[in-house]
Structure formats: structure tokens, C-alpha cells
Write a protein that binds this ligand. Structure first.
Ligand code: NDP
Length: 284
């Protein structure tokens, strides 16, 4: 970390396909500016064929790290020098950081969720129902497992994906995990502490309904959504109405950015500044 770099700007990148208009840029650059860092966060459109060359380029050009999103989260791994603990379990990377002279792949999706969750609950010893078994669900489940939850139920439409995630949690983390196929309105078992929507249901649709029996939610539960836009999904509104502690997806997104900035710069960035910039970029 240095506020007075050798070059005019230190660089952090974001490698993806279709990267235009990424609101993360505004959020990360707001943190750099606020903390007086002469750093830039730049979007780079990288095709799958060019990924290896792009990572070599980032090394050669002295990038301080980079994010990578679909379709590069898995295929970037052979181009790195190692993986962080949760990224190794998941087999997916979205944030790359220098540790000494090694380029290490991390996954900040689940870390951002946990950091957001920490504002309302400690996951240790908790019983969790998680809807979804895609990339976000996988990242969240693995971090929750590493954080010491007691039990997790994965509820997903596609049985193959749901069972695969449960097998991963059992075999790699020795976690008490079960899969329940999602048929009709799911009744949350009593004794559940944390309910999470990690599906894409609700994205850009404030009225989209998650198929669950609302009467099984009670005020001792934390109900969290990964959907950041709209920030108050139907699930979040319904859960708040039933007295649950409701946690929207914007916090996860901001905290993912915070973890990335911490990894790259070593500073603890101002969360309010980053959240404001993100909300502005999303037009909220
Ligand atoms: P994936 O495509 O990997 O997974 C999508 C998941 O949603 C699958 O479990 C899929 O079920 C389920 N799903 C989608 N539509 C339906 C439906 N109609 N009925 C039941 N299940 C459905 O996506 P990701 O996991 O990468 O992302 C999921 C969401 O998380 C996205 O909307 C994204 O915006 C959000 N996200 C938010 C982040 C944040 O920081 N706030 C970070 C990362 C993601 P099935 O397996 O049956 O197809």
C-alpha cells in the first residue's frame, strides 16, 4: 500500500465479458478517492481465450489485483499461484490479490454476505435455510460452514445442483447439510435461525415472490436476500412485516467491495462512502 506510488496510479482491474457500466467501479473508486489513494479500478473486457494472457499482462503491468466475474471465475484458477481457504473449497474465484510474490485467488461473494450478516447476527451455532444452489448460494454456504453454523438446509429447484452443493459441504467441510427439492411453498422448519434467498428471484422485480409459507417466518429469524436491486425485495418487505430481522442484498454488495479494497490496499475503507457511491451508480 502506498499513497505515493511510483507511477501516477496503482491499478486494480475487473476482468469480465460485457463489463460496461459496472457499478462496482463507482463504489471502489469512491473508496480510493475518499482515502486519498492514487489508485484506479478499471474494467477490462476479456474473452475466455485471452484470459491467461490477460492475467500475465496484469502481473507484468504491476496490477495490485483484480476482480473476475463470469465466465472467468473457475477458469482463472490455473493462471494463479494459489487459492484462499474458501475459494479452494468452492473452486471459484472472484477476487485476486498479491500475498508476497504470489497471486492468490479469493472469493468475496460469501465474505461480503457474512460481513453484512455480522451487523445483525453471529452465524456460529445457527440453523440455516438457504434457497438456491448457484454461484452465490455456494459461496454463502461455504463461508457459513467455515464460520461454524450448526446445520444447513439447501432448498433448490434443480435437484442435481442442490445435491451437489450438499455433497460439497459434507465432504469438504464436514457440515450437517441436507437437500430439499423445492416443490410448492416451502415451510421453514421451526428452530431455523437464518433464512436466505440466494436465487435470482426478485432481481429487477420488486413483486417477484419466493415460494415459501410466510406464516412459518417468525420474529426470532433473520431473513436475508442476495438481491441488491431492488434493495427491498418482496421477501424483505414480507419478512419485515412479520417482525423478522430483514437484511437486503445491498449490504452484501458493499461489503464485497470493502473486502476487495482491504485485500488490495490494506486499509479499512469507509463503508458509508462506498454504499453511497453504489446507490448512486444503481440509481437508487
Ligand atoms: P446462478 O445462475 O448461479 O444461480 C441461480 C439460482 O437461482 C439457482 O439456484 C436457480 O435454481 C435459482 N432460480 C432462478 N430462477 C428460479 C426460479 N424461477 N425458481 C426457482 N429457482 C430459481 O446465479 P448466482 O448464484 O450467480 O446469482 C444469484 C443471484 O444472486 C443473482 O440475482 C445476483 O444478482 C445475486 N448476487 C448478489 C450479490 C450481492 O453482492 N448482493 C453477489 C452475487 C450474486 P436452479 O438451480 O433450479 O436453476
Amino acid at each position: 500500500m502506498s499513497a505515493q506510488p511510483n507511477f501516477l496510479h496503482e491499478l486494480v482491474g475487473s476482468m469480465s465479458q460485457g463489463a460496461a457500466g459496472n457499478p462496482t467501479v463507482a463504489m471502489i473508486e469512491a473508496a480510493f478517492a475518499h482515502h486519498g489513494l492514487h489508485w484506479r479500478y478499471v474494467n477490462m473486457e476479456v474473452t475466455p481465450e485471452d484470459l491467461g494472457v490477460a492475467v500475465r499482462g496484469a502481473r507484468a503491468l504491476g496490477f495490485r489485483g483484480f476482480n473476475c466475474s463470469l465466465p472467468h471465475k473457475v477458469t482463472v484458477i490455473p493462471h494463479l499461484d494459489g487459492l484462499g481457504e474458501s475459494a479452494a473449497v468452492m473452486g471459484a474465484v472472484n477476487c485476486v490479490v498479491w500475498r508476497g510474490d504470489k497471486l492468490i485467488g479469493e472469493n468475496t461473494d460469501g465474505k461480503g454476505f457474512l460481513k453484512s450478516l455480522a451487523s445483525v447476527a453471529d452465524p456460529r451455532g445457527k440453523s440455516v435455510v438457504l434457497f438456491g444452489a448457484g454461484g452465490a448460494a455456494r459461496a454463502i454456504a461455504v463461508e457459513l460452514g467455515l464460520a461454524g453454523i450448526r446445520q444447513i438446509t439447501i432448498v433448490n429447484r434443480a435437484a442435481a445442483r442442490g445435491s451437489e452443493l450438499v455433497e460439497l459441504l459434507k465432504s469438504k467441510l464436514n457440515l450437517n447439510a441436507e437437500f430439499v427439492p423445492w416443490e410448492g411453498d416451502y415451510a421453514i422448519p421451526s428452530g431455523t435461525d437464518i433464512v436466505i434467498n440466494a436465487t435470482s428471484i426478485g432481481l429487477y422485480d420488486a413483486d417477484a415472490r419466493l415460494k415459501l409459507k410466510l406464516t412459518t417466518l417468525n420474529k426470532s429469524m433473520v431473513v436475508a436476500d442476495v438481491i441488491a436491486n431492488p434493495p427491498r425485495t418482496r421477501l424483505i418487505r414480507d419478512a419485515a412485516e412479520r417482525g423478522c430481522q430483514a437484511l437486503g442484498g445491498l449490504g452484501m454488495l458493499v461489503n464485497q467491495g470493502i473486502v476487495g479494497v482491504q485485500y488490495w490496499t490494506g486499509i479499512e475503507p469507509d463503508a458509508a462512502v462506498m454504499r453511497r457511491a453504489l446507490e448512486q451508480a444503481l440509481g437508487l
